[in-house]
Design a protein around this ligand. Structure first.
Ligand code: CTP
Length: 184
């Protein structure tokens, strides 16, 4: 597996994600005949059938494994990558000491995997697809993200609580490209 950085085995920072969307897309690509590598963060669902699965625990590891899976015809960046990591992760449990103040965590920015792959000058997949989780101005934010990250499509998910998307089995998306928007 990936070389392990020191990681507190008990306490961690993460984004909320079921993994359902990424796993469903990997399975659909496989059903469509693709040879699929799924680089997955920690999720509570089983690996999809017929897909090469690489499990990772940090954004750094995810970037490394995505780069190792190139060349590819398509890169679909569904992961809810945490924007920040703890600067100095402990290798054993961070204990609390009676009477001591709570620890102050210094954070560092994680690599942006989607932007890194989109902007490759060598081995850039011909189709790079990013995702956006938005609660307001879903399409405008999708357009902005398309330009900023340099990908070819942005799939903008409406994750406002009323839409019930987070952890659910159905969603409503707007596929934003340079040519326009399709709503599915
Ligand atoms: N992404 C990534 N690496 C990161 C952060 C995000 O590859 N460190 C990718 C995600 O996989 C997704 C897209 O970038 O395809 C989401 O972009 P992001 O800017 O994180 O969007 P939001 O999570 O919607 O956050 P914000 O609106 O705060 O920009």
């Amino acid at each position: 597996g990936p070389t392990r950085e020191p990681i507190d085995p008990v306490r961690y920072l993460s984004n909320h994600s079921s993994g359902k969307q990424g796993h469903a897309i990997a399975a659909a690509a496989r059903s469509a005949g693709a040879d699929v590598t799924l680089v997955s963060g920690p999720v509570a669902i089983p690996d999809p059938e017929g897909v090469r699965v690489v499990h990772v625990e940090t954004a750094q590891q995810m970037l490394k494994e995505v780069q190792a899976a190139l060349p590819a015809d398509v890169f679909i960046s569904t992961a809810a990558v945490a924007d920040w990591a703890v600067a100095a992760p402990a290798s054993s449990k961070t204990k609390k000491t009676r009477g001591a103040p709570p620890p102050v965590l210094k954070l560092v920015e994680n690599p942006d995997i989607l932007a890194t792959i989109s902007k490759l000058s060598f081995n850039r997949p011909p189709l790079v697809v990013g995702f956006a989780a938005e609660t307001d101005d879903v399409i405008d934010h999708g357009r902005e993200k398309l330009a900023r990250k340099g990908c070819d499509l942005i799939v903008a998910n409406d994750v406002s609580p009323a839409a019930g998307v987070m952890g659910g089995d159905a969603n409503q998306v707007h596929i934003v490209s340079a040519d326009g928007v399709e709503s599915w």
